[in-house]
Design a protein around this ligand. Structure first.
Ligand code: IMP
Length: 504
């Protein structure tokens, strides 16, 4: 007699074509586990050198992705997408602000700092302090500066101005050359040394910063103790080859986006998301093609889509690395009712990921919208996603834009709003002209969650635990188990959902 299997395979779960989402099912504990969570890897390769150790991405939303959040999430192994809804004082779209956000993330942590803030000997200490504070949070302000003859990034090194060489509040009229440590007392590295040797020299010489020069004495890089410590403190950080944190940026499909694409990549972004709620159409595909033609080496993300027809079309293009899957499922989203078009989140992921797989494409499915708990991430990954994109799960973090407030019961809250809401007013006057009162998003309150570094590790621990229980060592393991019918699912009704939550 053959042994009966519990529950359903993914194929059976979705066979009838009913729309399903995360609450409609659970994974079943059918595998005898021999996996220990210290052997689990949650690594996901999005393509083009962007590899996440934690498969979580921050959505490009102006209530979520500040540069501080992007830095905090990348340090923990995820990645953020910088939004494009910055405005100037008159409320007009401001590309420069998005560029500054990207640069702030790229500058926050380095191995070899290729473009350190450099000052000239004739500058005053006051000017230097101002430069170090510019566009940075106080705790991230730069306080050590290589001094070059002409003040240029790669000019001839003449000294180093260190934090111990000046006061922040007094004697700021003095010139840099009067206080800097000149070449005589300065320890420098040579441009042939690798990062390990540079670090060792910092250790041996008891110094905080090591300028590295070429044979002519021109500054090439700076290596700092602070960056060394950060990379030890955050071993899972999402970094590029030179040790800088990675960051993506979003562009719309409007004409101004051509300029954004060029400026965003010039600022050092590692990839771009063509951000539209309806990614199956002429404008988004034209934008994807434009970017692929010019920036083939950079990560390119399309979407949002939710059907196998759309997934096959994106897969056919062959130059899209990943796509956002989900339409109408976000927690602040009213699209499905506003225009009557959308899809339940789980069905969208299963169907699209399968279509991509059958097209023999390597495009990564990013489950986007409706993820509330770590358990939803596990379910999304099981259905074929390689990563998830979240808004509400991160909203309310200390690093998010917006103010912390008290609600009528004295609880700390923050506001979280959709990019299609009037509050976001994406596009400013142009939006009002083209869409009038039409909205596809709302404003919500979310509890204040504190610093990302404090609340997010619990999500990672939950994911590791789920993989341990499912006897899967990697996302690929989980995908294989599901496609072979080994990973089983239980279909739930509303009473079962109630049972799975606290009972009163
Ligand atoms: P959440 O994680 O459930 O809060 O959903 C976040 C996702 O909702 C985003 O990544 C977007 O795909 C989507 N989204 C953001 N703003 C809006 C909106 O105003 N209307 C509809 N969907 C939105």
């Amino acid at each position: 007699m053959s042994e009966e299997r519990s529950g359903l395979s993914a194929e059976e779960l979705f066979a009838r074509g009913d729309e399903r989402t995360y609450d409609d099912f659970t994974l079943l504990n059918t595998q005898f586990s021999e996996t220990d969570k210290c052997n689990v890897s949650l690594t996901t390769d999005l393509g083009k050198g962007v590899v996440l150790r934690v498969p979580v991405m921050a959505s490009p939303m102006d209530s979520v992705t500040s540069p501080r959040l992007a830095i905090a999430l990348a340090r923990l192994g995820g990645i953020a997408v910088i939004h494009y809804n910055h405005k100037d004082a008159e409320g007009r779209p401001n590309i420069g602000k998005q560029v500054e956000d990207i640069m702030q993330v790229k500058r926050s942590q380095n191995g070899f700092i290729e473009d350190p803030l450099v000052v000239a000997p004739e500058m005053t200490i006051g000017q230097v302090i101002e430069l170090g504070n510019k566009n940075r949070e106080p705790e991230e302000a730069i306080r050590t500066f290589p001094v070059t003859e002409n003040g240029q990034s790669h000019g001839r090194l003449v000294g180093l101005l260190r934090r111990e060489d000046y006061f922040l509040g007094s004697r700021t009229n003095l010139k840099v050359k009067e206080r800097m440590l000149g070449l005589d007392g300065l320890i420098v590295g040579d441009s042939t040394m690798d990062l390990e040797r540079a670090r060792e020299m910092i250790w041996q010489e008891h110094i905080k910063s090591l300028p590295i020069v070429d044979r002519e004495g021109n500054l090439v890089y700076l290596v700092t103790r602070g960056d060394m410590e950060k990379s030890e403190q955050f071993p899972f950080a999402t970094t590029d080859k030179s040790g800088k944190l990675q960051v993506l940026f979003a562009v719309s499909t409007w004409p101004e986006s051509y300029e954004r694409v060029e400026k965003g990549f010039a600022a050092g972004a590692d990839g771009v998301v063509v951000d539209t709620s309806q990614g199956f159409g002429r404008h988004p595909l034209e934008m994807l093609k434009y970017i692929a033609d010019r920036h083939l080496g950079k990560l390119l993300i399309g979407g949002n889509i939710s059907t196998s027809e759309a997934a096959r079309e994106l897969a056919r293009l062959d130059f899209v690395d990943a796509y956002r899957c989900g339409q109408g499922s976000g927690s602040i989203c009213t699209t499905a009712d506003a225009i009557g078009i959308g899809r339940a989140g789980a069905t969208a992921i299963y169907e699209c990921a399968r279509a991509v797989h059958e097209s023999r494409s390597k495009m990564v499915t990013i489950a986007d919208g409706g993820i509330r708990f770590a358990g939803d991430i596990v379910k999304a990954l099981a259905l074929g996603a390689g990563a998830v994109m979240v808004g509400s799960m991160l909203a309310g973090s200390d690093e998010c834009p917006g103010e912390k407030k008290l609600d009528e019961r004295g609880r700390q809250i923050m506001e979280y709003w959709g990019m299609g809401s009037k509050k976001a007013n994406v596009g400013g006057e142009a939006r009002v002209r083209d869409y009038g009162n039409h909205e596809e998003g709302i404003v919500r309150r979310v509890p204040y969650k504190g610093k990302l570094g404090k609340h997010f590790p619990a999500v990672v621990d939950a994911l590791l635990h789920a993989f341990e229980v499912s006897d899967c060592r990697s996302i690929a393991d989980l995908h294989n188990g599901v496609s072979q019918g080994e990973v089983r699912f239980g279909l739930r009704g509303p009473a079962a959902v109630m049972e799975s939550r606290p009972h009163d």
